[in-house]
Write a protein that binds this ligand. Structure first.
Ligand code: ATP
Length: 309
């Protein structure tokens, strides 16, 4: 893997509060890397440090071989950053926003026209060129945000919850754009709270309480010993009334975790109690499964909380 993003022993403190603690990882060229973690776990803070918007207290990182401590200005020219609250100008039209952001990156004249054409072809925004941004739907706003964030053709793209609050169809078409760009060699660092989006990423990192708790492909995370505690088994229960069974299940001996998953229940139970639990479930089907990504993160979170108690 040719590393495009490296983070090495990064710690970031705000006064006495530690927002990021001793985090290290690498992301390879053209990778679509997903970064997950609860609110306030430090995701945006790491992105800001990598984009040269704040300096880590300890440790360091590189983007395309450039040290984030020494080459912040150069790094900003080579990366794109798009957040949920990307700075679009609502009173300006789509075309005017694109022209503005081209200007920010010093792209002018025929070069700006050419790049705008490419982006319109990529995002399908042509019919909306003269529309005021304030009148666009959330999905189109995010397409425009993406266009503005990549107007300078960055090789690395940081997307901070790029699809929060937009509908599933718009989300999917935005992800199609990410895949297309990633296929062209752009490296993606994407934060999301959506598990289906995490599952689309080549690799995923999970940050919890300021520390990197896990990193790997979805399949690797599903096999983590911490997500499959010794002596337990993960089961899917198909019950006629899942919500009623859930309440009963949670009170049974040997049930560590239980939650509704679609129309069934996912539970983590003690191996030794499985048979007794099965008998109390009145003939509901109980099948052993590998954990879903959500199961992995929930179990990791519980295990870390247990360790810290
Ligand atoms: N400039 C700052 N000064 C003080 N505390 C800060 C500052 N920036 C972030 N924090 C704190 O650092 C922690 C991590 O914040 P961060 O925004 O990185 O979380 P996050 O994982 O991106 O959360 P979310 O999923 O809600 O976006 C939070 O507790 C936040 O309040």
């Amino acid at each position: 893997m040719t590393p495009v993003i490296t983070v090495d022993g990064m710690t970031i403190r705000f006064g006495s509060f530690t927002a990021v603690q001793d985090v290290s990882f690498q992301v390879g060229k053209g990778e679509l890397f997903g970064f997950l973690g609860p609110n306030g776990s430090g995701k945006t803070t790491i992105i800001k440090a990598l984009c040269g918007l704040l300096t880590p207290t300890e440790g360091t990182g590189t983007i395309l071989g450039m040290d984030i401590r020494k080459h912040a200005a150069d790094i900003r020219r080579h990366v794109g950053y798009m957040s949920q609250k990307f700075g679009l100008y609502e009173d300006l039209t789509v075309a005017e926003n694109l022209t503005f952001y081209a200007g920010v990156y010093g792209i002018k004249g025929t070069q700006a026209e050419q790049r705008t054409k490419e982006l319109l072809a990529l995002t399908g925004m042509e019919p909306y060129l003269d529309r005021r941004v304030g009148a666009l739907s959330g999905g189109w706003k995010q397409r425009l945000s993406l266009s503005c964030a990549i107007i300078h053709s960055p090789q690395v793209l940081f997307l901070d919850e790029p699809t929060a609050g937009i509908d599933p169809v718009a989300r999917r078409s935005l992800w199609d754009l990410f895949f297309q760009l990633s296929g062209e060699g752009v490296t993606f660092f994407v934060t999301t709270h959506y598990m289906d989006e995490a599952e689309r990423c080549g690799r995923v990192g999970y940050i919890y309480l300021s520390k990197l708790a896990a990193i790997g492909t979805v399949a690797e995370l599903q096999q983590l010993p911490e997500a499959n505690p010794k002596g337990t088994v993960r089961v899917q229960i198909e019950a006629r009334d899942a919500s009623m069974e859930l309440t009963r299940l949670r009170s049974m001996k040997g049930v560590r975790e239980a939650t509704i998953f679609g129309r069934s229940i996912h539970a983590l139970v003690e191996q030794d109690d499985l048979e007794a639990i099965r008998q109390q479930l009145n003939g509901a089907s109980v099948e052993t499964i590998v954990p879903s990504l959500e199961d992995v993160f929930v179990t990791l979170t519980y295990e870390i909380m247990k360790e810290r108690r």
